[in-house]
Write a protein that binds this ligand. Structure first.
Ligand SMILES: [Fe+2]
Length: 111
């Protein structure tokens, strides 16, 4: 859900800068067949996003575009939170095992 907001904010920024949008080129989404694969793929994608935002922030600083630096920094912080979330899930799975992890994920969902 956060990434949808990021896309909206980035599109608004590009339009403000009178740039051209390319929204038809999408990255391949790696989902995974198991929960571990899903979390590992998510972690990898989040780390790629962090790297990309850091590179984009560096470029925006070079061209003295503080508005873009501020926007990308806000998004970067959220992406770093996503990396943390994935790392926490991996640690929990290692500590309590997959069965207990999955049981914890469904707590509150069953009525
Ligand atoms: Fe993310």
């Amino acid at each position: 859900m956060d990434e949808m907001h990021h896309a909206e904010w980035l599109i608004e920024r590009i339009i403000f800068l009178e740039g051209l949008l390319t929204v038809t080129k999408l990255h391949t989404i790696k989902i995974g067949k198991t929960v571990s694969e899903m979390i590992n793929n998510d972690s990898s994608d989040e780390l790629d996003a962090v790297r990309s935002y850091n590179e984009a922030i560096k470029l925006a600083r070079e061209v003295k575009d503080q508005g873009t630096v501020d926007l990308l920094s806000k998004i970067l912080k959220m992406e770093e939170g996503h990396v943390d979330w994935a790392e926490i899930q991996c640690v929990q799975i290692k500590q309590i095992g997959m069965e207990n992890y999955l049981a914890n994920q469904t707590e509150g969902a069953v009525q």
